[in-house]
Design a protein around this ligand. Structure first.
Ligand SMILES: Nc1ncnc2c1ncn2[C@@H]1O[C@H](COP(=O)(O)OP(=O)(O)O)[C@@H](O)[C@H]1O
Ligand SMILES: [Mg+2]
Length: 195
């Protein structure tokens, strides 16, 4: 079976899981959440104590993901994770959606989600400096990468936007998000870029 593999990536807390799960239901897809997948299949090498995160065995994860896609019983597979672009083998990937959110709004969401201060500023810097987008473009063809600014949008609206792109009714594009210029204009660069 020819599989359609869709990656949903973006900075932690941006809204990936919320969007990816609703998209999975709409498309009757197989859903892979990389955090859960790593735990379930013991794909970790240990813990980064300073950053309080697990270190992923990327090579092992690539192999396991390929196996899971090959044996999936549905034609669409959705992979949710901020490092999805690095661990899903290139040949499988149909589309990569990089979710973006204005750092001012992302900060509020992270505060509600109880992120530590260190994590909050690290994640905000990643969002401001386009880390997930750059990684997607480093690993995959530009034509497959779709950057979506989801600031202020409902989950339903974002899922619909993704479906419009998947149905080929709208082209993918990247490069229209520029948080650095926005923060500069608002005089907020120093406050938001702390790392
Ligand atoms: N479109 C949205 N509008 C408002 N809040 C959202 C939206 N999508 C997600 N959230 C909230 O943001 C937080 C992080 O969402 P989540 O999907 O867990 O992010 P991620 O998987 O990227 O870490 C959750 O509290 C969630 O309820
Ligand atoms: Mg998540």
């Amino acid at each position: 079976m020819n599989k359609r593999v869709i990656l949903v990536t973006g900075t932690p807390c941006i809204g990936k899981t919320t969007v990816a799960q609703q998209l999975t239901a709409k498309l009757d897809a197989v859903y892979i959440n990389l955090t859960e997948f790593a735990e379930k299949h013991s794909l970790t090498l240990g813990e980064d104590k300073e950053r309080k995160t697990l270190i992923i065995d990327e090579e092992k994860m690539c192999t396991k993901i390929a196996e899971t896609i090959d044996t999936a019983e549905k034609s669409t597979v959705i992979v949710d994770g901020h490092y999805a672009a690095a661990v899903v083998p290139k040949r499988y990937v149909t589309r990569i959606f990089v979710l973006r959110r204005n750092p001012i709004e992302l900060r509020t969401l992270m505060q509600k989600s109880d992120f530590s201060d260190a994590k909050l500023w690290e994640n905000l810097a990643s969002e401001i400096l386009d880390v997930c987008l750059v990684e997607a473009l480093q690993e995959h063809e530009k034509e497959k990468v779709c950057e979506l600014d989801i600031t202020g949008k409902t989950v339903e609206a974002v899922v619909n936007e993704i479906r419009v792109v998947l149905n080929e009714n709208k082209k993918c594009s990247v490069g229209h998000v520029d948080w650095l210029s926005m923060l500069e204009k608002e005089g907020l660069t120093g406050e938001y870029l702390k790392v």
